[in-house]
Design a protein around this ligand. Structure first.
Ligand code: SAM
Length: 342
């Protein structure tokens, strides 16, 4: 065997083994184990008892993560602590990714990727027995973790884009498919003259009113349970963050047309989405997101600027600008434009 081949085999075998680390983190965060660990080493037996896990299984899993800079064992003992990276799996860390790992998602459906590959259809209904949104709607605990995961990712991807938008000094911003409100409340804090409306499914918004009141925004932010496929509340700016990539072209056209229908010319639309390069390539994170969409939702995909432009024009909007945000995010701005009379 050539020497390079040995290195290639080792590298590929590493990929094979590393997949298990992802699943280990998903399982540990679902059981709340990182919240029972910290900087100070604790006996595995104690942690297992508190988490309600099998002590031997937990120890072996933590040994795997010791090799991946998530936990560290005190030499010669059965005591374990979180590394700095592992601390990010605690729910109380300000940059926590705990819910991102714990949520229903790729870890639950990717084992049926063969189905997606054969049919082009999402793996979620095959793996879960029903569609992704329906599965979540029937399970409030899983829905809450998913919404928390969206808020965590919003902090990474969408909040850094708030300053990239020239928001009007006053008026109403309607956030469609808002999740629990992490993004819109950040916009309202940045621009004190604005009012906001959160629109999402009723079971997503059930706790949002209390959260908005706690932030002192109750008099400026309305919570309007609704549906993307129904007429939206009136607004001056419509915001859709990481919503359109969940849907196929036909659904995106319906969503955007419904917003356009009652909106006067000049109404603004702000999309927070990643934008794929025009040449058909994709960075590693973009390819990951595109596959995640393909596995989870019917017809969902990441898109190029040209694809967004076409969908916008088809729905009564004109694309004005595309501004890059942090890796994995762009701001696409459009305005309402009625078709010119023939
Ligand atoms: C990927 S999340 C994005 C959440 C949030 N905008 C963000 O950036 O974090 C998509 C959101 O669309 C919502 N959604 C899905 N189907 C919906 C529907 N038919 N009507 C309203 N909202 C819907 C989900 O509940 C979820 O909150």
């Amino acid at each position: 065997m050539r020497r390079e081949s040995v290195a290639e085999v080792a590298a590929l075998f590493d990929v094979y083994q590393t997949g298990l680390v992802f699943h280990a983190l998903c399982a540990l965060t679902r059981l709340g184990v990182p919240d029972l660990l910290g900087e100070t080493p604790r006996p595995v037996r104690t942690v297992a008892a508190e988490a309600g896990t099998d002590v031997d299984a937990l120890r072996r899993l933590l040994r795997l993560l010791d090799g991946h800079d998530i936990v560290t064992f005190e030499p010669g003992t059965d005591e374990v602590a979180l590394t700095d990276r592992g601390e990010l799996l605690r729910t109380d860390h300000p940059m926590s990714l705990a819910a991102t790992f714990a949520t229903l998602g790729v870890s639950d459906v990717a084992h049926r990727m063969d189905h997606t590959l054969r049919t082009g259809q999402p793996a979620a209904p095959i793996a879960l027995g029903e569609g992704f949104w329906e599965f979540l709607a029937a399970r409030p605990d899983r829905q809450r973790v998913f919404s928390q995961a969206m808020a965590e990712q919003s902090r990474l991807l969408s909040l850094p884009c708030v300053d990239l938008v020239d928001w009007p000094a006053e008026g109403t911003v309607v956030d469609l498919g808002s999740g629990t409100g992490a993004l819109l409340t950040a916009v309202l804090r940045a621009v004190p003259g604005l009012r906001g409306v959160l629109v999402d499914q009723p079971h997503v918004l059930d706790r949002s009113r209390a959260a908005i009141t706690a932030q002192g925004l109750a008099d400026r932010c309305e919570v309007a349970a609704g549906d993307l496929f129904e007429e939206p509340p009136p607004g001056d700016v419509y915001l859709l963050s990481r919503v359109l990539h969940d849907w196929d072209d036909e659904a995106v056209t319906r969503i955007l047309s419904l917003v356009a229908e009652k909106s006067p010319d000049g109404t603004r639309l702000v999309l927070f989405e990643d934008v794929l390069p025009a040449d058909g390539s994709a960075g590693a994170a973009q390819a990951w997101a595109d596959i995640a969409m393909m596995l989870l939702y019917d017809g969902a995909r990441e898109r190029t600027e040209a694809e967004y432009r076409t969908l916008l024009e088809r729905s009564g909007w004109q694309l004005r600008a595309t501004v890059p945000g942090p890796p994995g995010m762009h701001v696409i701005e459009a305005t309402r434009r009625s078709p010119r009379p023939a």
